[in-house]
Design a protein around this ligand. Structure first.
Ligand code: ADP
Ligand code: MG
Length: 382
């Protein structure tokens, strides 16, 4: 789950991370009011779950409150397209009105989970304000990655090593180490998967400030953070993905036209691979999980069919706890209710596979039954 910049900054400020003074606004009038309180000259920043706002016109300087209002009015209610949102963009419902900061240097700082190292890492770069992937590719010597042993946490010597890589003036070293420790603590406490401060700035008067903040929390740990639910902004998420997560279905929208319904994430990946190898493209990753019942299968199929880009459907079910006849009834139910019926290719194996195939055969629907992955791929390509 992603947080907005203003939410991440509030959270990090609670851990002692220095951030510029700012107020959230949902209307032009609120933005004017916020700018007055901040002394006039401000930066107005669109709040969307994506970076690249600066280049896309989502971060603008206002020299006086009325201008802050005009900028807020031009952003709120629109859709901001950045290189991270994809062409459909993300809706702007709020802006952050922030005091302007006199920047001396822009740095990069993040804490993320490194799957390969199986531990958190702190990453810094003296080349802040830019895409870190690009910096890592073109000037890898300007990026320092410090793996943290989760049993003992971020050690002071590591903080100093990071500060050195950033070539900070002596007076900023202690504040930097404190900031790094605060971010690491926030990361662990909230079960975050990422905290990214880009840029972390050194101001002209020698202070460190988090000028931007992006944060993602681990969805699988949200049950431990009842207060995190209030931070969720489903307007920023793919509507079908929101609906699916409410129904307990793992659904990820993709770009192709083959809807894939499977039970189990490994099977989902294998299924997407065979679709690809057959020269077609999956429209989604849809996993109903191990213990789905008839209703859940039907919900999943209807959800999939509500995506207009789905032109054919591949069902690949391995019957275990979920019996194939139950899956088959769910499919038939959903197709009976659906307002359109794209052709189906179904592969069923395992518990009650024969009963399941019989249910499908008796349904009178345009279903092609296949037994192997290869046949499934060939059928879907046809
Ligand atoms: P994004 O990463 O989405 O483009 P940022 O919050 O990083 O958005 O803002 C983009 C750039 O705008 C920053 O790199 C910085 O140069 C400038 N900027 C952002 N906030 C402020 C501020 N409060 N004062 C001065 N400049 C700012
Ligand atoms: Mg940024």
């Amino acid at each position: 789950m992603k947080l907005h910049e203003y939410q991440a900054k509030e959270l990090l400020a609670g851990y002692g991370v220095p951030v510029p003074e700012a107020h959230v606004a949902s209307s032009a009038a609120e933005a004017v009011d916020a700018a007055v309180r901040l002394g006039g000259r401000v930066v107005v920043k669109a709040q969307v779950h994506a970076g690249g706002r600066g280049k896309a016109g989502g971060v603008k300087v206002a020299s006086e409150p009325a201008e802050a209002g005009t900028i807020a009015a031009s952003l709120i209610g629109t859709t901001l397209v950045t290189f991270q949102t994809g062409p459909q963009g993300a809706p702007v419902h709020k802006v952050l009105v922030e005091q302007t900061v006199d920047i001396d240097r822009e740095l990069y700082f993040s804490v993320i989970t490194d799957g390969e190292r199986r531990r958190p890492v702190v990453i810094v770069s003296s080349a802040g304000g830019m895409e870190i992937e690009e910096v890592a590719r073109e000037t890898p010597d300007r990026v320092l990655t410090e793996p943290i042993d989760p049993a003992i946490g971020l050690q002071p010597f590591q903080g100093r090593r990071l500060a050195e890589a950033l070539e900070l003036p002596a007076s900023a070293v202690r504040p930097f180490v404190a900031l790094a420790e605060a971010c690491y603590k926030a990361f662990m406490d909230t079960d975050a998967s990422m905290i990214e401060i880009n840029p972390l700035v050194l101001t002209k008067d020698g202070r460190l400030l988090a000028l931007d903040a992006k944060m993602s929390l681990d969805d699988d740990a949200l049950f431990r953070h009842a207060d995190a639910a209030a931070l969720r902004d489903t307007a920023q998420e793919e509507p079908l993905e929101v609906e699916a997560s409410e129904a307990g279905i793992a659904y990820v929208k993709l770009d192709g036209n083959v809807g894939c319904l499977v039970n189990g994430a490994g099977l989902a990946m294998a299924t997407m691979d065979i679709v690809k190898s057959a020269g077609a493209d999956p429209a989604n990753f849809l996993d109903v999980g191990g213990g789905a019942n008839e209703e859940k299968i039907a919900t999943a199929i209807l959800l999939m069919l509500s995506d207009a880009s789905v032109e054919r459907v591949l069902v690949n079910i391995f019957g275990g706890i979920l019996r194939c006849d139950i899956a088959a009834r769910g499919i038939v139910d959903a197709y009976a209710k659906a307002d359109r019926r794209p052709p189906l290719v179904v592969r069923m194996l395992g518990t009650n596979a024969d009963e399941g195939k019989q249910v499908l055969a008796d349904s009178g629907l345009a279903i092609e039954l296949v037994d192997t992955l290869r046949e499934a791929a060939e059928a879907i390509a046809r």
